[in-house]
Design a binder for this molecule. Structure first.
Ligand code: UGA
Length: 361
């Protein structure tokens, strides 16, 4: 029997990689996105029906409800929007997914919802240090984020940065509520900083505003400008190769019963790095890939206020416990940080080489 699935946001960074994997695995896909530039080569694929518009209109919701499985990736998910466009962020990450979930609860459709590692907010260690408590004796255990036991710690409402995490968290809670009231079938994915080709954009070339950190650093490297370390570059992230992430989604699809009503951290704890160290590693790789002598890294420190504007706060650390994905899905990431950064950087260097970046200086 033909495997059929709907993917909302199939033209985005994660969605486009997932779409390729689904088509390669013989799925018939109905997809929605507002943007098709990453999937132009797939638009005539015989097993893809693509809608270049929003998924929230009645016709789209009716079409979605005919599927047995829907993956929802569409979202405003760029941190520079969270404290500047928070109404749109809340619409995109709570109101719209909530309306979708209500429809899918009625049709008995399995909703695989892409949430975020950002729902965890700040670590217990950072909150403890704010109130003068020392939890350093607990090693990493105080900071390791587990899906079913770690509290979700967000800042006050005036810290508008948390609009996104709060909206995603409320969507997750709504899925649980709809499970109880209407037997909604759901699975939540919490991505931990996926990296790979076609992620984000370079401002002024194929997008505007402030992209995520990898693209910010690549923008600086490609233009020969200093890399900017927000609040000193002490924040830490665990970067995950997009190919590993896509395999996790395929494992969820292959394990409906084990995935049902579960949140999964999809991340690579071994790949943890501070933003200051990331700047250094990318600079070194950039020199290697371009066969340049390794020169001194140009960098500058900048406050979150100056970089993102008022209302910005940060997750100090996002270290996932990935034991549930290993146990239930037999999935764990296998790509090292160096390989992840090298493959991603190589794509940026190749992709933007025809844009005469240095002539814009
Ligand atoms: C973002 C999203 O909010 C998450 O939902 C998403 O899951 C996550 O990216 C992801 O890619 O998975 P965040 O990790 O904070 O969260 O996004 P980045 O913009 O990549 O920032 C990472 C860190 O780098 C932050 O501490 C930021 O302040 C810092 N940064 C950013 C710099 O030091 N310099 C820059 O030029 C840009």
């Amino acid at each position: 029997m033909q495997k059929r699935i709907a993917v909302i946001g199939c033209g985005g960074f994660i969605g486009s990689h997932l779409l390729r994997a689904l088509l390669a695995a013989d799925y018939e896909v109905e997809g929605w996105d507002l943007d098709d530039h990453r999937i132009g080569d797939l638009l005539r694929h015989p097993r893809l029906t693509f809608h270049l518009h929003d998924y929230g209109d009645p016709d789209s919701l009716a079409a979605l409800s005919k599927h047995s499985t829907v993956i929802q990736l569409a979202a405003l998910c760029n941190p520079s929007l969270y404290n500047t466009e928070d109404l749109r962020v809340i619409e995109s990450n709570y109101l719209q997914p909530m309306r979708l979930a209500q429809v899918l609860a009625k049709s008995g459709t399995w909703l695989i919802y892409f949430s975020t590692s950002e729902v965890y907010g700040r670590t217990i260690s950072s909150v403890a240090s704010d109130v003068g408590l020392d939890v350093s004796g607990h090693g990493d255990s105080a900071d390791t984020l587990h899906e079913d036991s770690t509290p979700l710690v967000l800042g006050p409402v005036g810290a508008r940065r948390w609009s996104y995490a709060c909206a995603k968290q409320l969507t997750e809670r709504s899925l649980v509520a709809l499970q109880v009231s209407d037997q909604l079938e759901w699975t939540v994915v919490r991505p931990f900083n996926f990296l790979g080709p076609a992620m984000d954009y370079i401002p002024g070339i194929d997008g505007n505003g402030v992209p995520r950190v990898l693209a910010c650093f690549m923008d600086a490297l490609l233009h020969g400008r200093p890399l900017e370390l927000v609040d000193g570059g002490t924040a830490r992230r665990c970067f995950t190769w997009i190919g590993d992430a896509v395999e996790a989604v395929m494992a969820i699809l292959a394990n409906h019963d084990k995935s049902l009503h579960q949140c999964f951290n999809i991340g690579t704890p071994e790949n943890e790095i501070s933003m200051a160290d990331l700047a250094f590693r990318l600079h070194t790789l950039f020199c290697e890939v371009n066969r340049l002598p390794v020169c001194e890294l140009k960098q500058r420190k900048i406050s979150g206020l100056e970089f993102y504007g008022p209302g910005y706060e940060d997750s100090d650390r996002r270290l996932p416990d990935v034991s549930k994905a290993k146990e239930l899905l037999d999935w764990s990431a296998s790509t090292s940080l160096d390989d992840t950064l090298r493959k991603t950087l190589q794509w940026y260097v190749t992709h933007y080489q025809n844009h005469d970046i240095r002539s814009q200086l």
